[in-house]
Design a protein around this ligand. Sequence first.
Ligand code: P6P
Length: 339
Amino acid sequence: MAQRISLTQYLVEQQRAHGHIPQQLRLLIEVVARACKRIAISVNKGALGDVLGTAGSENVQGEVQKKLDIIANEVLIEANEWGGHLAAMGSEEMDSIHVVPNRYPQGEYLLLFDPLDGSSNIDVNVSIGTIFSVLRKVNNQRGISEEDFLQPGKQQAAAGYCIYGPQVTLVLTVGDGVAMFTLDREMGSWVLTEDDIKIPADTKEFAINMSNMRHWAPPVKRYIDECLAGSTGPREKDFNMRWVASMVADVHRILTRGGIFMYPWDAREPNKAGKLRLMYEANPMGFIVEQAGGMVTDGKRRILDIVPTKLHERVAVVLGSKNEVERVTRYHLEAATGD
Ligand code: P6P
């Protein structure tokens, strides 16, 4: 069991040991962690807080926005504008980037977030979460534009998520492994409850939305068919299936006990690479999973190597236990070369 220290003490000690958390990044992480506490309060109010249901608007993805999507987005924007640690923010809920207003100093980091992932689960009281990704501002000459955000995920300075579930838990990496903090509601503080998390290389649990089976590419169908064949099939072991329809919850389970999560390309909208978003879902979750010893591809290539072409770019995602992700990726490459 990790020694019970606060998030602040963890960040200070990590900086002392590894030097990956300069002052501005530590402030950024603490501000985002505090914003997640605020979001948790709204989420936990539910019907008592007039936060359920839809907001009557759509986001850039064409998805109906829930009231909590907008509340969470506003909390993150307001929390991060004044500190001088950020130059700009990008969000699933905003068409374009939000540059820090001139009345505040600009910092050296860029923050991307899905303010409330899994929001279709809000009204049915299933775990949801906030996902965030931190990049460094690479161009110090001119003003900030969307192009400054278009960096491959391997250049992230930090990534994390907060899951609003039976416990409120913050998971974080700055490139030196993965740590987990649980919210102590009595103290109102984040307490280190797991450090140096590792995902088992093998698993018997897969997560995919099975209702899309008829739309999958052959390598995905081959992999899932083999899992379903269980001990009588080529895998010679039985598998279990989970699908929460909240990426944060599915990834958290995989971090905790292993597994493979797949949201692959499918033929419903063949021109779309996938459903999930590269910059503020796949990249931060990819950084975390790789730091925990897992693997993350789009079926063919490492997601963190992908150079984005637009802020809201979508990508197919296969992530989790290394040996299973390698197998799925191998099936895609065999199908491509006709092996
Ligand atoms: P489906 C939530 O909307 C989300 O972006 C991810 O959190 C989740 O894994 C996926 O979409 C669920 O998609 O098609 O199963 O509803």
